[in-house]
Design a binder for this molecule. Sequence first.
Ligand code: HEM
Length: 475
Amino acid sequence: MSIDKLWLLAAGSITAVAYFAVRLVHHRLKYRDLPCPPHSMLWGHLKVFGKYVKSFPQGAYIQPTITQLKIDYNLPDIFYLDLWPLGPQFMILAAPEACAIPTTENTFDQHDVVTDFFNRGVGTGFIEATNGALWKHLHRTLAPGLTPSIVKGYYPTIVEEAVAIRRRFWGIAKSGEVADIRHELGHFPFNVMGKVLLDETLSVQIYEDICAAFDAQTAVNRTDNPFTKWRLGKDVRRQDLMQLMLDNAKGLLLAGFGTTADTSTYILMLLSAFPEALQKLREEHDRVFDKDHDKTVQMLQEQPGLIRSLPYTTAVINETLRMFNAGLSIRVGPSTMPTMEYKGRSYPLKDQVVAISQHAMHCDSKYFDEPKLFKPDRFMSEEPSFPRNAYRPFEKGLRSCLGQPLAMDEMKIMLVMVARSFDFELRDHNPSDKPKYSFTDLDTKLGDHAIQHWAYTAGPAGKVMMKVTERSTAN
Ligand code: HEM
């Protein structure tokens, strides 16, 4: 290489380094007065956050990491994490009134990171990845199909699938083998979602639309007549509709299957670790349903209202979701709102990934009495002992979970079908002698599964091996 070229290269490199250094200083100085863990001019929070990520198992869900960081540095309701230039700039909300600002007081858009995430596996047309007019259209279209009263109409399907999962557990119990319960339970919400989504009417509708769209495309390609092209073009646009339907069918399957399967798995794990809660749950089922399995199935089919009259069962699910919330909520502030006002202070919003840390609130003794304890009873009184807005497993506001009624009823029906018939016992889970983290001591009982891992949703660490035994008093 000639001397001139070397000089040019050196000058270019020096300019690039100088430019980066100026940007770095400019960027890091923004954090001077912001609430956050100890901040370094060179590293921002990359080092401190990296240390926390390393202290958790590989693939762990980010929410418990943030909860532990918040506890260790006694961080306030809103704090920042500066992971630039390797990661996002996070603004973390960990108090009910702070979380209300982007969700119930305003409706902040989903951040691009959410859209990118869904784009990889599902498609950008899935409601959870959309914003603006398209989200409104999809919400208007999908929400009426998932209301509590419509969900009641799905009961025959849900009960049928719950009977099937009970049959699978009989098979496992009889074989004496240890089985991956998470995998077994996954069949249940997946089949329910498949039937709910792709029932005959929808399949016929999709089929008709596909055929019409293909016919129209072929005809448009054959004609030169502009009027015919315009007329047929309307049908071609159905292809966009098709894509939208496909994205949403795939997205709903994904949103409705992993979350429910993982939560159901955690419920069975917690019930096996807390036998007194299991006892109370069984007593409730004995009171409301018949001791005979077939009669219980009949009651479920004929009196759907019974499912909504199971307070302790509901409390067990709620408490499980408090300890193991499956979703993640990431928003972006509107361009017209450069700062967020909270308790007399202005918080910069520009360029921030706004993350709602439900887990940190769910584990905070400021909101939940003895948060490390599995205490379904906290959900039993009419006036709960915790601020309602601190409990957010399905999030709140217009962008909250559309599938909540379906998920809750599915899990209740599953419990009615299996809790009185089987005992479950965790195997190969590696319980700790003493708690590894200060926000939970469940690792002494649930071992590796106490820390959620991230796949498409937050769930147990890999396979959940359990021994299933037929209960001696089972009918
Ligand atoms: C235990 C089960 C479930 C949990 C814990 C859960 C949790 C959540 C959470 C936290 C959100 C908000 C995400 C955000 O803020 O960006 C959400 C959104 C959503 N969930 Fe669920 N979900 C569950 C089951 C389901 C089911 C069964 C369905 C489908 C029938 C479903 C469909 C959706 C949809 C469509 C959205 C997006 C709503 C929107 O963006 O307007 N979920 N879910």
